[in-house]
Design a binder for this molecule. Sequence first.
Ligand code: UDP
Length: 570
Amino acid sequence: MSESKPQSALTETAETVLQRRYYLKDENGKVLENWDILCRRVAKAVAAVDAGQPDAEELAGQFYTMMHSLDFLPNSPCLMNAGTDLGQLSACFVLPVEDSMDGIFTSIRNGALVHKTGGGTGYSFSRLRPKNAAVKSTQGVASGPLSFAAVFDAATETIKQGGKRRGANMGVLRVDHPDILAFISAKEDQSRYNNFNFSVAITDAFMQAVKDDASYDLVNPATGAVSDSLPARQVFEEIIDRAWHTGEPGVLFIDAANRDNATPQLGDFEATNPCGEQWLLPYESCNLGSINLGRFVTGGKVDSTRLAATVRLAVRFLDNVIDCNRFPIPEIAAMTQKTRKVGLGIMGLHDMLIQLELPYASQEGRKAAAEVMNFIHAEAEQASIALAKLKGAFPAYDPQYNKYPARRNAALTSIQPTGTVSMIADCASGCEPYFSIVMIKHVMDGDRLPMVNRLFEQVARREGFYSPRLMEKVAASGSVVGQQEIPEKWQEIFRTAQDIAPEDHIRMQGALQKSGVDSSISKTINMPNSATREDVRRGYLLAHELGCKGITVYRDGSREGQVLNAGNRS
Ligand code: UDP
């Protein structure tokens, strides 16, 4: 293994976030940990699974170093809960919603137990009979998926009080459900369903009907009867119109996801976790971890030896997490242990590209991103095959369905938002470009945390265009584009989310999806306020064509209470 990079010190922002939400505290709220102690706690708990293995002793040390150096961080529940009594370490869950009172309220109960432990839940409401359908037992009529979604929302709202993390939900409805039009416009009233992201599950047949300007059937899921048919273009336009107005609903390409289902014998994908990067079967959960790519560039090149070693260690870590996890309900434990899915992702992709001197919005930038993701996937797969030899393949492994050799985990890679862990690591989140060069983040409790891009300052000083006045100008506009003091090459490299064309966002998502992402990608397609509905439409068609498994657009300023604001417009 080549030399590890020197440890990077935690920023003030990172310390604030850690103190508020991650370090363990006593009953009086006194902080009991620091970064070193936290990393030791997590490393020890996760390595304990391997007690008795020949390399058990070194393992805790290696896990510690990988986290402490910020080369790799697991998802928040693991950092918060490993080695504690709670011990629930996963971020992602999908729970089934059966078409019965018992089914619906069992799901609400199970979701509450997941939220209590810091996990996020995805639900498909597609199995629920539509509004006004008959209810045999009461001779009454059904209230429909949306009215039940409001009950899930209220339960989440209550549980978030006092928690370290807001409960988050994904609500999915298939495009051929009879209540689809009401679902598409459900978030028009921005005071409703605020604990949910809503997404329409779109089929290839629907996309074909859009292209052919044909109608498609709406099917009552309880009876299988066709209840109506709608012109596909009209429904597509509705989705586009709402997404243009509010950013919701998002779209999930459910057939693309199911083509990559590694265990179809166990069921189909119906929903993702709240941020969309994990397609999971009902009752599956997944723990995530992300490699901080900005830390793997040495001398203008990606240090592949060190990256390979980190990927392999990260797979070992995430696989162990499954075995030391305390699952909230037995059904989740059973399902998760059958498929043993993990979500190894990346953060700091933009930091890597900046150091390689490649613009995010360019063919070369996408090529470098795809190469690194392919490399990560290949190494992760080798690590998982080696683990299968040591500990056994995932129990649902069946060569009849799986094209790959026996491995330990049915899915290995996904790209998560890394909303908080990237703040700890001080890098661009997930596969996103920096949102701004100077950014104010509103965090829980209404505090404002300023973040100044350290790479931009370093480059400006090195290349001789640094001046306090320029930094102020960049801070005021939130963008480097058009600042004459900055050479054009660097203007391109430091383009931020708002300065990057929507197609370039989508092309990056598509390039990564094709290059070794097993599950999916959390990505926001930023659009300027002036973007038109036609821009949104073109974006959706391009995402489908490129094989993306979902798309979420966000037009600047279209939603109240935007979490991230560029520059000092906040
Ligand atoms: N998540 C959640 N509540 C939150 C943030 C995230 O339940 O407040 C879940 C959700 O499933 C999301 C996943 O955690 O898709 C990963 O989010 P992220 O990468 O932002 O989490 P981090 O580990 O950075 O906190």
